[in-house]
Design a protein around this ligand. Sequence first.
Ligand SMILES: Cc1cc2nc3c(=O)[nH]c(=O)nc-3n(C[C@H](O)[C@H](O)[C@H](O)COP(=O)(O)OP(=O)(O)OC[C@H]3O[C@@H](n4cnc5c(N)ncnc54)[C@H](O)[C@@H]3O)c2cc1C
Ligand code: FES
Length: 365
Amino acid sequence: MLFKLFKKKKDDLENDDHYLTLRIRETVQETLDTVTIYFDQPEPIMDYLPGQFLTLIVEIDGKQERRSYSLSTSPFVDPFPGITVKRLEGGLVSNFVNDTFVPGKRVTVMKPLGNFTSDYHSHNKRKYGMFAGGSGITPIMGIIKSVLVNEPKSTVHLLYCSRSQDMIIFDKELKALEEKYPDKLFVTHNLTQPKPGWEGAEGRLSQEKVTEFFTTHFDSFLENQRFFICGPEGMMKTAQEGLSNMDVKKEFIHSESFYLEKEESAEEENLGAVVNRPIKLILEGEEYTFDVEPGKTILEAGLDEGLNMPYSCQSGLCTACRGKLLSGEVKMEEDAGLSENEIKEGYVLCCSAKPTNSEVKIQID
Ligand SMILES: Cc1cc2nc3c(=O)[nH]c(=O)nc-3n(C[C@H](O)[C@H](O)[C@H](O)COP(=O)(O)OP(=O)(O)OC[C@H]3O[C@@H](n4cnc5c(N)ncnc54)[C@H](O)[C@@H]3O)c2cc1C
Ligand code: FES
């Protein structure tokens, strides 16, 4: 019975425009705990923007699991798209990928999604500031390569935080890029637990380090500067606050979170106390009506109904489950993935939204 259910879902995905099956072409061990998986380009080719992510859909012990992984390649430079996956201690999918993904294997993914990107125009004359921590280098790598090849008048300064010398992902590739673009790419490494002999910056990223990096390479109030931040939560917060202290406008700071520690909020408890709410969901042109039980999100209720709703991280970060609120009201526990404009335009994240009245109607394209 379980097998039948999974089979039905899998067939649905294969016939659904939002999904693709990719064949693994090559795997490259980047560090002891991190691998890059390159895929053959499918027919028709998979378009993506640098910095976007794929959602892997894998079956582990009979259960379907989904996780987002940023493309670390650039569509302007790399012939084959690739993702780079770091093992997380005890992590289900990251270890599964590192242990079982081999050339020839086929993998179901959701088509690329995400807004963590730039415009890569040859007229741009910008200064880019990149703050990366650990596996947070993956989307930033694709963005850096795309800027270097497309924007001859722009420069990139990367501050990259890793644990130790041997944990630096893309160390060789970054050195090769620095050699190829000596006047355009400048990489500063910061290690939290360096091995003896390290002469660079060490310790956690601090406000002082962000200020020093900023005042050395950037100026407050300039309009041609763009900042990209991706890494562990604490590191991202430090970089964001540091830039804001330097009066960098919010619209010039782009952030991508891989993971947020969940806090139980009072609001969540209140939401859990409400009665069943009927909602209307328009999914690919079809309208469905179903109840959302107290404590459940709209995504959970829709999946319980057997609807093939798009989703990935299930924590409000990736926007795979984004829909437009046409009427009614919802409360979201987490909306970090949505831009201010998307919120203004009425977009909500179904994985995090719970209806607070009975008028809710959401459209998912
Ligand atoms: C938009 C987006 C892009 C991403 N891109 C990448 C990428 O390019 N490379 C990459 O390696 N990962 C990336 N991630 C993270 C990835 O999706 C998974 O969260 C990660 O691989 C852990 O999954 P898991 O199944 O191994 O761990 P799980 O089994 O899901 O989690 C195990 C435990 O670790 C905690 N946890 C989960 N994720 C993290 C985390 N990232 N940091 C700390 N604790 C965590 C969980 O709460 C749980 O307790 C991205 C995430 C998002 C939302
Ligand atoms: S599934 Fe990622 S934001 Fe909802």
